[in-house]
Design a protein around this ligand. Structure first.
Ligand SMILES: C[S@@+](CC[C@H](N)C(=O)[O-])C[C@H]1O[C@@H](n2cnc3c(N)ncnc32)[C@H](O)[C@@H]1O
Length: 424
């Protein structure tokens, strides 16, 4: 049994919400009780005043501390260690986890503000401040109804089917899958075939997939935090980004801003491939027009793919399997177009300041939301040329270490960017 006490100047506002449906049944079954306390009973003047004008001037009235604190103290005395909650837009936002925690309580006291809110000193007498979201209600009463409702449905025995509260939006950190009922076809729109199949395994998988898709598209913030399986996080699984990387050895600048071709290095190939595999990047293109360097790169890759290295170190083999050698950036774009059916969005990186920058977080959101492929370009030497930058769709913000030294190796920069954009 969970006892709610509501302190309000409008107890009548609760009559209807408490007299219907789930909340009515929960009271009848003795699973919750709600005591409404009229705050005016704790006022000491003839007019039963509970508000006054604000110190410092300004609009509206403020709820006086004395009646509120007297009501809280009385509720604490009458109850057995109740959790006292002030409803305020400045509080912690109510979510499913918070509601879950509250449903374990035995007694909850909810304090409803009105006017411009409550005197700040009241906050010293409560255990917690809760907000319903980033908007302003005219009073705490609708907020109290929300708390009572969402907490009550989590109490065992309140809902007929325990599973229904477990499968709902937010319970698993995801939005719920779409629901359908009869008729099978309505105004030309059919119920998805899988739901009529009677195949429970398929239905379960479809629902999970839809949940992931909806959450990814509508609530990337929830999606990032959701407890997903390794499979669900994997590239090409639902909700995973179509991201490839390319390391350009031409055209890049040298120290004197001359356009040059740089040498391919063993370390770049290994380290970036391993980072790419770790963060779920789908391909890592190594771009050089120099045939001799391509041959060298091929030799390295073959050693780890087919040669001695493939048996010696299986995980290295897995990382190097992502590497593709190409002559030029245009070929990379063509290759991705063939693979994904559309041209990739080009994201360039540059340590040089200036230009309109896309933040790591913005790219992260685009990768979660968009189904389009993205190609992250990394330069060697003194960086990507203006021509390449000019071709790009997004210029990523530079990594800022907070000092005046800005000379990361491309391997380190790649790992940092991947972690900021894809890391958990
Ligand atoms: C008009 S509001 C006061 C808003 C206050 N002036 C402010 O800006 O924070 C009156 C009362 O409604 C309740 N209230 C308003 N918005 C709320 C929200 N988002 N969550 C919880 N309670 C809210 C609080 O009890 C508040 O004291």
């Amino acid at each position: 049994m969970l006892h709610f006490t509501v302190i309000t100047i409008f107890p009548e506002m609760f009559a209807s919400p408490l007299a219907h449906s789930i909340l009515k049944k929960a009271q009848e079954k003795g699973l919750i009780s709600v005591r409404l306390v009229d705050l005016r009973d704790y006022a000491t003047d003839r007019h039963r005043t509970t508000d006054d004008s604000p110190y410092g001037g300004g609009q509206g009235m403020v709820m006086k501390p004395a009646p509120l604190i007297a009501a809280i103290e009385d509720a604490r005395k009458k109850g057995k260690n109740p959790r006292v909650i002030l409803l305020t837009p400045q509080g912690k936002a109510l979510n499913q986890q918070e509601a879950d925690k509250l449903s374990q309580e035995k007694e909850i006291v909810l304090i409803c503000g009105r006017y411009e809110g409550v005197d700040e000193r009241v906050k010293g007498f409560v255990d917690e401040e809760l907000s319903m979201g980033d908007y302003t209600l005219s009073g705490g009463e609708p907020a109290a109804v929300v708390v009572i409702d969402t907490v009550t449905r989590l109490i065992p025995g309140v809902l007929g089917n325990v599973k229904s509260s477990q499968e709902e939006s937010f319970s698993a950190g995801l939005l719920e899958y779409p629901q359908y009922t009869r008729p099978e076809e309505f105004r030309g729109v059919k119920v998805p075939e899988v739901l009529l199949s009677g195949d429970h395994e398929r239905i379960k998988n479809w629902r999970r997939e839809m949940s992931l898709k909806l959450t990814r598209e509508r609530r990337p913030d929830l999606f990032r935090k959701a407890p997903l399986t390794a499979e669900e996080r994997r590239p090409l699984a639902v909700g995973s980004p179509r991201l490839c990387m390319a390391l350009l050895h031409y055209p890049v600048y040298d120290k004197n801003r001359q356009v040059v071709t740089t040498a391919v290095t063993n370390m770049d190939i290994h380290d970036i491939a391993r980072s790419a595999r770790t963060y779920g990047v789908q391909r890592f293109y190594v771009v050089t027009p120099v045939k001799a360097l391509q041959k060298l790169a091929l030799k390295i890759i073959a050693h780890w793919q087919q040669g001695y290295g493939s048996q010696y170190n299986q995980t290295r083999k897995e990382a190097l399997a992502l590497v593709r050698l190409k002559d030029a950036l245009d070929e990379v774009i063509l290759d991705m177009e063939r693979e994904y059916g559309s041209k990739p969005k080009l994201v360039v990186t540059s340590a040089r300041p200036g230009g309109k920058r896309t933040s790591f977080l913005e790219l992260r959101d685009m990768l979660i939301k968009d189904i389009q492929p993205f190609l992250l370009l990394l330069g060697t030497g003194w960086g990507l040329t203006e021509t390449v930058l000019g071709q790009s769709d997004y210029l990523l913000e530079p990594i800022d270490g907070g000092t005046d030294y800005n000379h990361l190796s491309v391997r380190a920069a790649a790992a940092i960017i991947l972690d900021r954009v894809l890391g958990k």
